[in-house]
Design a protein around this ligand. Structure first.
Ligand SMILES: [Zn+2]
Length: 375
C-alpha cells in the first residue's frame, strides 16, 4: 500500500483522520479534513506510541492495519471463527480478556479470533446455558456483560502463559525453536559498511542452529539462504510447525552514524483499558539480551514490547533481536568478526536454555559455557 505522511492529502488521508478522531485523538480538525497536517502527524505518533508501533508519524501498512483494528468495539459486528479470513480487532481482544477473566482459555489476547478463542467461547456458552455456536451474537453479548468481573492484580493472560511454560517441563531437549533470519533474497535489509543485513542474519541463524542442535533442540529456519517470505508467511509457518519459540534476527539501521547497540523485542501492545504482553516472550527477551550484553561489548539498548506482525501473529513466545547497528562503524566492525558472531550465537542458545531452567538468581550471567549446561 501507499505510505502517507505529513503534507499528503486525499480521500485516504480523510479516512485516516476520521479514524484517529473516533479514537479520541486530535486527527479531525475543522475545514481541510483531507490534509495530513501537523495535528494529524502528532495524532499518528500518539497512536503509534500507544500501540507499540514504530513511532515515525508515517501511516504505512502496519499503522494503517492497527488503525483499522482499533476502531472495532465489542458488539459492533457479529464475531465467529472463519478459517480463511479471521476477525481481527480490539473487539476480539476485549472478548478474549473477558473470557480469560472468567477462567476460560482463549489463548493469547492478541485480538485475533482463532480456533482457541472459538473453543473458549463455546465452553463459556455451554457454561451459561446458551447454544454453543461459537458466535458472538446479541444473547452472548448480554451474557458476557452480565457476568463481567473485575479482576485485580496481574493479567490472567500472562498467568496463563506462565502456567503453560511451567507445565511444559524444564528440559530444553526435544523443543522446536524456529530461527527467523530477517529479509533475504532480493531484500537485503539494511546495508552499510560492506555488510548486508540479510546475510548477517542468515549467518547468525546458522551458527545458532548448530548450537541448539547440540543441546538436543530441533532448530528450524523460516527461510533458506535466498528466500524472502513476508511476515505473514513466516508467522504461518511458525504456527504450522508448532514451534515452542521463535527467534527473529535483524540488524538495526538509522540515518545517523552514532546510534549503536543491541535491543530485543517481545510481543506487547496497548489495548482498550489495559496493556497486554507475552510474559514468556519478555522473559526470553531479557535472558537473551543479558547474555548478549555479558558476552560482547555491544551497548545495552534493553528490551521493549512491540506489536509487530511477526511477534503478534505467532502463537508461541517470540522475540526479535536487533544485533547492533549496521550503520555504526563500531558495530559493523564487530559484526564482521566470526568470533563475535559465535559469541552472539552462544548467548542466544544459552538464553533459550535458561528459559527452561528453574530460576537460579545467584548464577552469574555470561559465566556459563554451553557444555556445562548441556551436561
Ligand atoms: Zn531488518
Amino acid at each position: 500500500m501507499q505510505v502517507f505522511r505529513r503534507g499528503d492529502e486525499g480521500p485516504v488521508v480523510a479516512e485516516i483522520r476520521a479514524k484517529l478522531g473516533r479514537l479520541g485523538l486530535p486527527g479531525e480538525g475543522p475545514g481541510d479534513g483531507d490534509v495530513f497536517d501537523d495535528v494529524t502527524d502528532r495524532a499518528v505518533r500518539t497512536f503509534q506510541q500507544r500501540r507499540g508501533l514504530r513511532v515515525d508519524g508515517v501511516v504505512g501498512p502496519e499503522t494503517y492495519r492497527a488503525l483499522d483494528e482499533a476502531h472495532w468495539q465489542l458488539g459492533d459486528r457479529v464475531l465467529s471463527f472463519t478459517a480463511g479470513h479471521m476477525f481481527v480487532g480490539d473487539d476480539v481482544a476485549v472478548l478474549q480478556e473477558r473470557l480469560l477473566d472468567m477462567g476460560f482459555d482463549p489463548g493469547r489476547c492478541d485480538g485475533i479470533f482463532g480456533r482457541q478463542t472459538e473453543s473458549a467461547l463455546r465452553e463459556f456458552q455451554r457454561g451459561v446455558g446458551l447454544v454453543p455456536d461459537g458466535t458472538v451474537g446479541p444473547s452472548t453479548l448480554r451474557a458476557l456483560d452480565m457476568l463481567r468481573r473485575t479482576v485485580t492484580g496481574g493479567s490472567p493472560s500472562q498467568r496463563r502463559e506462565e502456567e503453560r511454560l511451567m507445565r511444559s517441563g524444564s528440559a530444553v531437549s526435544g523443543r522446536i525453536v524456529l530461527l527467523d533470519p530477517g529479509h533475504g533474497g532480493d531484500d537485503l535489509g539494511a546495508c552499510a559498511h560492506d555488510l548486508a543485513e540479510s546475510e548477517v542474519a542468515f549467518d547468525l541463524a546458522s551458527r545458532i542452529e548448530g548450537r541448539l542442535g547440540a543441546l538436543g533442540v530441533q532448530p528450524l529456519l523460516t527461510r533458506g539462504a535466498d528466500g524472502c517470505p513476508d511476515d505473514q508467511a513466516r508467522a504461518a509457518f511458525a504456527n504450522e510447525t508448532g514451534a515452542d519459540l521463535l527467534i527473529s534476527l535483524h540488524l538495526d539501521a538509522v540515518m545517523a552514524a552514532a546510534p549503536n547497540g543491541v535491543a530485543t523485542y517481545f510481543y506487547g501492545a496497548q489495548l482498550p483499558g489495559r496493556s497486554v504482553s507475552s510474559a514468556v516472550g519478555e522473559r526470553l527477551a531479557d535472558l537473551v539480551q543479558h547474555e548478549i550484553v555479558a558476552r560482547t561489548d555491544l551497548r545495552d539498548c534493553r528490551t521493549h514490547p512491540k506489536a509487530w506482525q511477526l511477534l503478534r501473529m505467532t502463537r508461541m513466545p517470540a522475540v526479535r533481536i536487533d544485533v547492533g547497528y549496521v550503520t555504526n562503524a563500531g558495530d559493523a566492525a564487530r559484526l564482521r568478526r566470526p568470533e563475535f558472531r559465535d559469541a552472539v550465537a552462544e548467548a542466544v542458545a544459552v538464553g533459550v536454555q535458561r528459559l527452561y531452567l528453574p530460576e537460579e538468581p545467584d548464577r552469574t550471567r555470561g559465566q556459563i559455557r554451553l557444555p556445562a549446561l548441556a551436561g
